[in-house]
Design a protein. Structure first.
Length: 434
């Protein structure tokens, strides 16, 4: 018996019935208006999709099923650590209920039982040059695992539409179980001469990932629990989530959908930004000739960066107008465990310096740090100095949110996404006639 699948089916069936009734009565109600600047500006802020697992507010930040990050740190089971287990967040995102210790232990064991990666996946990774970007290796590995897709097999056999959610759930559980093994393999191949570390099935999902990466410090296991929790979802409009949703709306299976989303995450305007932050910090320290710069030195360097037409990576956000709660959670972790680290102290001084400078420009809507502003310094403390790998870790986490959402899309029977595009000639004619 699979209690999570049963619970999800019950909740999804009830919501689908409610959704149909809602659309029948209120389907013609206007919920948004689109202006030309949005049509030309990447559809920024247009309300046009349903995403059950998380929500994003400009002032309060991310909530997962209505719970803030500090609340999650209080209510989710923690296992042997002090930070919440990501398995508990997945349960919450999927069914909207805070799981018990026993339910999280069941899920952790279930993922362990499903975690065997087929040999041909490792062979596909090995076919790439060892210096291929880790995100390239990651998306290739996800696509290689598509041979195991339950959805693809059952669809080819003539599966009924009412069963789409079930096959998607099975793919989701299998894929999430295997991603840490694949991601750790890529890290050890790329940066540790292929000296791989076998999984330890006695550990929880995040701790086992930390173990396979090769970091022995128990503090790093707890950091991974926090890291994989806070990066898991960010409502449906961000590029990786939306791409996964869009590709999934064509009935591409979970593997192809997630691979597409991870290719979006690999862009420097999205997930790849986390490596840009720490690179900028080290470049600053090198230019200043010190590991402990003063706020005045940082201010001069920031102003020089801006004067040369470059941005300060890690600052600003498309939606948020306050410091990112994920930044705050990482800072709190550092204050508890790593407050003497010189690099982390530099990150805190940058936090004191940058927002006032950006505010003084008068053009910046959000001068506050986002999640990327702190994560690199934490990883460097524990010895993960290979910046190009950071987005893979982000991708392991983000998979939980986007795949939980895909289960809901299939259960609710969401249609093929197909917005209407315009030409500039149409726009000119529209303006002239208006």
């Amino acid at each position: 018996m699979d209690p999570l699948k049963i619970k999800f089916h019950e909740k999804a069936s009830a919501l689908r019935t409610e959704m149909r009734a809602l659309l029948k009565e209120h389907g013609d109600k206007k919920i948004d208006e689109v202006v030309l600047s949005q049509a030309f500006g990447g559809a920024r802020g247009v309300k046009m999709m349903i995403w059950e697992t998380s929500s994003l507010d400009a002032q309060s930040g991310i909530t997962f099923r209505g719970y803030s990050i500090p609340e999650l740190q209080e209510i989710l089971p923690k296992g042997e650590g002090t930070e919440p287990l990501p398995e508990g967040l997945f349960w919450l995102m999927l069914v909207g209920e805070v799981p018990t210790e026993e339910e999280v232990k069941w899920l952790s064991d279930k993922w362990t039982n499903r975690s065997q990666v087929p040999q041909h996946v490792f062979d596909a990774i090995e076919a790439l040059p060892v210096n291929a970007h880790p995100m390239t290796q990651y998306t290739v590995a996800i696509n290689a695992m598509q041979t195991e897709s339950v959805f693809a097999r059952r669809y080819a056999e003539g599966m009924n539409k009412s069963e789409y959610w079930d096959a998607t759930y099975e793919d989701t559980m299998n894929l999430l179980a295997r991603l840490p093994r694949v991601a750790a393999y890529i890290y050890r191949r790329s940066f540790k001469n292929g000296d791989h570390i076998a999984p330890d099935h006695k550990l929880d999902w995040a701790a086992n990932f930390a173990h396979m990466l090769g970091v022995k410090d128990d503090g790093f296991k707890d950091l991974m629990r926090l890291y994989l929790t806070i990066h898991a979802d960010h409502e449906g409009g961000n590029a990786s989530a939306h791409t996964t949703h869009l590709v999934g709306s064509t009935l591409s299976d979970t593997y192809n959908s997630l691979s597409a989303g991870m290719n979006a995450l690999a862009g420097p305007l999205h997930g790849l930004a986390n490596q840009e932050v720490i690179k900028w910090v080290f470049k600053m320290l090198d230019a200043l000739g010190t590991k402990t710069p003063s706020k005045e030195q940082i201010s001069d360097y920031v102003n020089s960066t801006l004067a040369n037409g470059r941005v300060i990576p890690g600052y600003g956000h498309a939606v948020l107008r306050q410091p990112d709660p994920r930044f705050v959670a990482q800072r709190t972790f550092a204050e508890k465990h790593l407050s003497d680290d010189e690099l982390i102290q530099t990150i805190w001084r940058v936090f004191e310096v940058v927002p006032p400078i950006l505010q003084s420009l008068g053009k910046v809507k959000n001068p506050w740090p986002n999640v990327d502003a702190h994560s690199g310094a934490l990883l460097v403390h524990y010895g993960l100095t290979d910046f190009s790998y950071y987005t893979v870790m982000f991708g392991v986490s983000r998979a939980m949110g986007v795949l939980a959402a895909q289960c809901w899309s299939r259960a609710l029977g969401m249609p093929l996404e197909r917005p209407k595009s315009l030409t500039t000639d149409w726009v000119k004619k529209f303006i002239a006639e208006a």
